[in-house]
Design a protein around this ligand. Structure first.
Ligand SMILES: *Cc1c(COP(=O)(O)O)cnc(C)c1O
Length: 230
């Protein structure tokens, strides 16, 4: 468990970086939301971030997330599933998360749609796209994206909000921007085809400025809030 004040300080630093990037790249103030990525972190660390004002948390591993959600059930947290989906996980993801960022197959979309509990609002989803990361098994290909997006948009218990990507890591700002620019272009094309998308989930600790420069509306930051993962 990390010190409460350290988490508070790191969170404030990340929020300041986001605000500075919004200003520097001509983005509307407050137009970029922060999801704090809490995979592998203790529930106490999440509670500390919440005490410092953070309400959105991203988790990759279902079983770990369910345990922490139960521990923290009295806090009004918004949970985002950002890890790889598998068919045997969709029922719990549909029941225990507000958002899914990592949707990449129609089969999983149909399962989430059928399994979203009736008492909850539609599940908010982003389709993960495999850009510039040929090795990755995650994400739909650029060529298959349009058909998947149209199909997901037609499912009543899902609300398709936008696209997500994890480009190959680069320390070069211009290369980071180029990858995020590709995702933004795909997003714009889908919007031109009539899909009401409002979310670009892109940018992590090492590249959030480049993502904001290219239009990110939501960044997913773990390390720079909670420290290096063990
Ligand atoms: C781990 C993870 C993050 C956060 O990465 P950091 O480099 O720790 O900020 C963001 N998105 C996804 C999908 C992740 O798996």
């Amino acid at each position: 468990m990390m010190d409460q004040h350290l988490i508070e300080q790191r969170l404030a630093d990340v929020l300041q970086r986001i605000a500075q990037a919004e200003q520097r790249f001509g983005r509307v103030k407050g137009s970029v939301q922060l999801v704090a990525v809490s995979k592998t972190r203790a529930a106490e660390d999440i509670a500390a971030a919440y005490a410092a004002g953070q309400t959105r948390f991203g988790e990759n591993y279902l079983q770990e997330a369910l345990v922490k959600q139960h521990t923290l059930r009295d806090l009004p947290l918004e949970w985002h599933f950002i890890g790889p989906l598998q068919s045997n996980k969709t029922r719990d993801v549909a029941a225990h998360f507000a958002w899914v960022h990592s949707l990449d197959t129609l089969k999983h979309a149909q399962r989430l749609d059928a399994q979203r509990p009736a008492h909850l609002p539609p599940l908010q989803v982003c389709i993960q796209v495999n850009i510039s990361n040929e090795d990755s098994k995650s994400g739909v290909s650029v060529t298959e994206l349009p058909a998947l997006a149209q199909a997901v948009a037609g499912l009543p218990r899902l609300t398709l909000r936008g696209l997500m990507a994890i480009p190959a890591a680069s320390y070069e700002f211009d290369m980071q921007r180029a990858a995020f620019g590709q995702l933004r272009a795909l997003w714009s094309q889908l919007r031109a085809q009539g899909l009401a998308l409002d979310t670009l989930s892109m940018g992590m600790s090492g590249d959030l400025e480049a993502a904001i420069a290219e239009g990110a509306t939501l960044v997913r930051v773990g390390t720079d809030i909670f420290g290096a993962r063990g």
